[in-house]
Ligand binder design. Sequence first.
Ligand SMILES: Nc1ncnc2c1ncn2[C@@H]1O[C@H](COP(=O)(O)OP(=O)(O)OP(=O)(O)O)[C@@H](O)[C@H]1O
Length: 333
Amino acid sequence: MTRTDSSPDDRSGDRTGAAARLEVDSLTKRYGEVTAVDGLSLRVEAGEVFGFLGPNGAGKSTTIDVLLDFVRPTSGSVRVCGHDPQTAPRAVRRRVGVLPEATGYYERASAREHLRFAADMKGADHTPEQTLERVGLTDAADRPVGGFSKGMRQRIGLAMALVGQPDLLVLDEPLAGLDPAGARRVRTLVREERDRGAAVLLSSHITEQVETLCDRVGILSGGDLAVVDTVVGLRERLDADRSVVLTLAERPASLAIESLDGVSGVSEREAGVRVTCRDPTAAGPVVAQLDAAGATLLDMNSRGGSLEHLFLTLTDDEREATGRPATAREAGR
Ligand SMILES: Nc1ncnc2c1ncn2[C@@H]1O[C@H](COP(=O)(O)OP(=O)(O)OP(=O)(O)O)[C@@H](O)[C@H]1O
């Protein structure tokens, strides 16, 4: 499988793989009154899977549309493998493999024919068999895509993205509609592509998938990154943020709960008294002392510690609380 490099607009930019595969610098995109992307900056390097997380309407698709030159920015810039999509769109499209959120297919054409179309579009020499095998569509290679299930459509979309060994893979919800075996196959495939040296921008709402697949994660909220970190770094932050919350029916008369070792907060609530232990290992001894003092424990659960919790805190919860999304500055990026 080789890429044909004859495009006149393909002469500039990085061909060594050493520079960032994707550079977004202070990107803003407004649609009239709506600011879809608001001063976004990010880099994705070769051999890296970057999880682009964000709730509905955060600006993920708009960012992707700008880097493919489907949409022009209001201000700021984007470079893909060193190329500006506005001045070198063909070079960008040759080097990028895209699995869009919704893909249109030629319903009467087969999976194999779709891969030929993709190869023609990219100017790549491509043998469909290996790619069909990688996505698990060998047996359906010659069936019209019109008869494909949702998961099979997702697989052919992914196969088309892989044609031509792209330097940057842009995958929008790559596991959507896949059964567990299909999802595992795609996870393997994403890792193989990364190990080959491709950069992967993986856009998703599903925190669990992002956590297991990505090297770095950015959480987009209101058009800008509220947080960006390695998965390892995020895990450390999340562990530091973990706490155990106990709910008591009422305060025990004989015990000053605030003075117990490990208790970091006590507050009166409608549903009872909430006792927070910042250090989860302190929760056991605290419960024992509350029990000895005759307190009735109504509930006990752990808070924080998950990427999902962080995602909700930085996006939905923040918006509910303030009427606007969290910004990078507030989140201490
Ligand atoms: N063509 C357009 N015209 C007007 N507003 C738009 C247009 N495209 C996007 N928007 C608005 O820009 C904001 C960001 O939308 P975008 O589709 O980029 O979000 P997203 O993160 O991809 O969301 P989702 O997860 O739902 O796909 C939204 O408020 C959306 O309504």
